[in-house]
Design a protein around this ligand. Structure first.
Ligand code: ATP
Length: 361
């Protein structure tokens, strides 16, 4: 039997957009299936919101196509207006209509009989746990409750695609996690394809099935959060998720010699400069034993000595900064719980070789 492939719910093909001669979105392509959440993650100004606005239909791309369920809704010679796209929107300043009740807000975009509308409103308000406020007005609700009403309103007409731009950034930290989880559950149940824009790595890791890492108008890497975190494409991709340490070396015979031992540098020519990038939590600290450190191992390589510059307690871990004997560079290590050695103390560092990333400099 031939397999019938359903097209992705949302399919962006090589979108481009320039303002005043400057390209701010350069060839963005991605697909999202029904029930999946894709996060566009990147620093401010990298073109995330512009991409979202093109999908919403409030802005037109200069080139490229947008398809929903295989139907071209925007491309050369065709631009379905925003209100015909069946795309839901949820933005940071989600303003509910203050003069309409909670029920009227949720029913706003609905068509059908009174009874049908009422049934859908009740269904959604029950699912966001706000049915008791159905006849109240928005001003009486907390920020988090208003946010959930906004979510119910956006989902009420059963949009095929939901666009969310930093939807949780106005909420305080304690509320945010709960609302994120509830939102995610509801989006999954509804089977909507979600394109969510954020500049916060934690939000992307928490929400996304897939992350598209954006920089300078381009998607530089795309994949499951685990893969983006553990197999980053370049130094900036590592640095976007955490503090980093960089150890420099030069390639000789596909190997790079460093004070921490040799590293493989496959495919790089002799003489090439490389950067070995490692996160602070993957450095280990060991005591000085009269001028020597721990014995070298295959997993952790050779130890190198550094002098503690400062140590700070960060809540569930401690951050220790070292000035390294071999080149005076600063390396940072984090350790769980409390470890606060005095400045000036010599200690030895080893690095988890399976957690190092080697990039050409
Ligand atoms: N209407 C416009 N006219 C001119 N330049 C614009 C316009 N809209 C956006 N830009 C520029 O395009 C670039 C990308 O903006 P965009 O809002 O897409 O970035 P972003 O990644 O969403 O950032 P942020 O998170 O800060 O919104 C920025 O340099 C911005 O100044």
């Amino acid at each position: 039997m031939p397999q019938i492939q359903t097209p992705p719910r949302l399919d962006l093909r090589a979108l481009h957009r320039s303002y005043e001669g400057r390209e701010v979105v350069s060839g963005v392509s991605l697909t999202i299936r029904a029930g999946e959440v894709c996060c566009l993650l990147g620093p401010s100004g990298c073109g995330k919101s512009t991409t979202l606005r093109m999908v919403a239909g409030v802005e037109h791309q200069d080139a490229g196509e947008i398809l929903v369920d295989g139907e071209r809704i925007s491309g050369p010679g065709r631009h379905l207006p925003a209100e015909k796209r069946r795309i839901g929107l949820m933005f940071q300043d989600f303003a509910l209509f203050p003069h309409l009740s909670v029920a009227e807000n949720v029913a706003f975009g609905l068509t059908g009989s009174r009874a049908e509308k009422r049934a859908r409103v009740e269904e959604l308000l029950t699912r966001v746990d706000l049915i008791r406020y159905i006849d109240d007005y928005p001003h009486g609700l907390s920020g988090g409750e208003q946010q959930r009403v906004a979510l119910a309103r956006a989902l009420a007409p059963k949009p095929r695609v939901m666009l969310m731009d930093e939807p949780f950034s106005g909420l305080d930290n304690r509320l945010r996690d709960g609302i994120r989880d509830q939102t995610l559950d509801l989006l999954k149940e509804e089977g909507t394809a979600v394109l969510l824009v954020t500049h916060e790595p934690e939000e992307a890791m928490r929400m996304a099935d897939e992350i598209a890492l954006m920089r300078g108008g381009r998607i530089v890497q795309q994949g499951a959060p685990y893969n983006i975190y553990n197999a980053p494409v370049d130094r900036e991709a590592v640095a976007f998720f955490s503090d980093i340490n960089v150890i420099r070396g030069r390639v000789q015979g596909a190997l790079t010699e460093t004070p921490f031992g040799q590293f493989l540098a496959p495919g790089l020519p002799d003489g090439a400069e490389v950067e070995i990038v490692i996160r602070p939590q993957h450095l280990s600290i060991d005591f000085d034993r009269g001028g020597t450190g721990p014995l070298p191992t295959a997993a952790r390589g050779t130890p190198a000595r550094g002098i503690v510059q400062r140590a700070r307690f960060m809540g569930n871990e401690s951050l220790v900064e070292f000035r390294m004997d071999h080149d005076g560079s600063i390396l940072k290590a984090t350790v769980p719980n409390v470890f606060l050695p005095r400045p000036g103390k010599p200690l030895w560092l080893t690095i988890r070789r399976d957690r190092c990333f080697v990039f050409p400099a």
